[in-house]
Ligand binder design. Structure first.
Ligand SMILES: Cc1ncc(COP(=O)(O)O)c(CNc2cc3ccccc3n(O)c2=O)c1O
Length: 439
């Protein structure tokens, strides 16, 4: 892979920070080293002494005075070594990436910790996307991705998809407007990136099949695309075996995968991961050095202690409990949807994630209906337009999350939604004319 062709001028210009290099060096040196180098504050001046974080059904996370001093101090930009190595081992166990055994220049699997996968996405886009670039993704998509991408001034090209994710034949059709031979030419307009959410898509709940991933990967090889596999719902797949990932089939070193602990350990701790080819992950780390320096050492140590006490088996056992919770929530939402909405809406049961993507049958655009009239009925959902490449494009969909409300609240919410839709349908034609989005 020629990774240089993917980098923006800004990313290519990034250089290692000498100070950060010293921190990495010091972290790898024996305690006998005496450093007068780093401008780090003396932790003896910090007011926090120790901490014990109680863990449900497990060993507490204990920060004694020594650990607390480390937790409160600067750390390396890749992430603290013990967390990075634990995660690398997990990625190798789960995905067995071909790149794990590659040389660095060939795209060896590298991993860095990010402050949520949102930071990972933002820095990946800023590393790869120039103004005017063509970027491929299957819309509707996560609004946070659009928020990170659109200000970069790229041209987002939609790839048709359905409840099983990207439709390979449609991707082939979109790419057919370019000649793969043009790919390496400077000034080529061939897209260089394909972004997708392969499991429990946000907002659609769609999950890609292995066959589709394989076809998409082959097209990415043909047109030399990087695949950004944004997979925060990977651990929320309701059926096993979990779908093989793009990372697991990445023989070329063309997959950048973002993972997140938000849906399984904590969203407020803000810990995510990028796994991908070393030449690209290293560039993201240079950006981290110049921006946040690193994700909070305290939260990394907290999570690392937990994961080391659990081991991979304990972690996966915890995940099983999380999956059971969301499966019950999903089933509750599906049963309430059947009960209240089947005459006025349609949907596909999600096989992962935390969202139900509901198409209202007689509504052209849900924006006004939800943002004004739903609030009167005291029910809140996200109107589908928020997930469109052009948010002002009408959307007959609403996104309903089954993560936080109880089954009883979900049932009452859908009763109110059904009420709202029927009210809207009973409007006279002239009244309908005044409510934007009604067919
Ligand atoms: C596909 C996809 N990729 C990346 C992320 C970011 O997750 P991170 O690891 O926590 O940074 C997400 C998080 N999605 C959401 C977050 C959120 C936060 C506050 C309030 C509402 C939120 N809604 O609605 C969301 O969908 C996601 O769905």
């Amino acid at each position: 892979m020629n990774y240089a062709r993917f980098l923006t001028a800004v990313s290519a210009a990034r250089k290692p920070s000498p100070i950060r290099l010293l921190t990495e060096l010091q972290q790898r040196s024996p305690p006998s080293l005496i450093s007068l180098a780093g401008g780090a504050p003396n932790p003896n001046t910090f007011p926090f002494q120790s901490a014990t974080i109680k863990v449900k059904g497990g060993d507490d996370v204990v920060f004694d005075e020594t650990v607390m001093k480390r937790a409160l101090q600067y750390s390396g930009s890749y992430g603290i070594p013990e967390l990075v190595s634990w995660m690398k081992n997990l990625q190798e166990s789960l995905h067995n990436p071909p790149t794990a055994s590659y040389s660095p220049e060939k795209g060896q699997m590298e991993l860095c910790v990010t402050t949520g996968s949102q930071e990972g996405l933002c820095k990946i886009f800023e590393m790869l996307v120039n103004r005017g670039d063509n970027v491929l993704l299957d819309a509707p998509t996560y609004s946070g991705t659009l928020a990170a991408l659109q200000p970069l001034g790229c041209n987002i090209i939609n790839v048709p998809s359905d409840q099983y994710g990207i439709i390979p034949k449609s991707l082939k059709g979109v790419l057919a407007q370019w000649d793969p031979a043009d790919v390496q030419n400077t000034g080529s307009t061939v897209p260089r990136l394909l972004y997708t959410i392969p499991n429990g898509g946000n907002p659609t709940g769609a999950s890609m099949t292995l066959e589709r991933k394989q076809e998409v990967y082959e097209l990415a090889r043909k047109y030399d695309l990087l695949i950004i596999e944004d997979d925060p719902y990977y651990f929320l797949q309701f059926q096993k075996p979990w779908a093989p990932t793009f990372l697991s089939m990445d023989v070329d070193g063309r997959v950048l995968r973002t993972d997140s602990f938000s849906k399984i350990l904590s969203s407020g701790l803000r810990v995510g991961f990028i796994t991908g080819p070393k030449p690209l992950v290293d560039r993201v780390v240079l950006h981290i050095q110049a921006s946040t320096m690193h994700t909070s050492t305290f939260t990394q140590l907290m999570i690392s202690q937990l994961l080391h006490s659990w081991g991979q088996d304990g972690f996966l056992k915890h995940i099983d409990g999380v999956i059971e919770f969301y499966r019950c929530q999903r089933n509750a939402m599906l049963s309430s949807a059947d009960k209240w909405l089947k005459d006025v809406a349609e949907w596909h049961p999600p096989m992962a994630g935390m969202f139900l993507w509901i198409k209202l049958k007689d509504i052209k655009d849900t924006q006004q209906l939800i943002m004004e009239r739903a609030l009167e009925k005291e029910v809140l959902l996200v109107p589908g337009g928020a997930f469109n490449i052009n948010s002002s494009d009408p959307s007959p969909y609403v996104r309903a999350a089954f993560s936080l409300s109880t089954p009883q609240q979900i049932d009452e919410a859908f009763r109110r939604l059904a009420d709202l839709i029927k009210d809207a349908m009973c409007l006279t034609d002239s009244q309908k004319g005044r409510v934007k989005g009604l067919i």
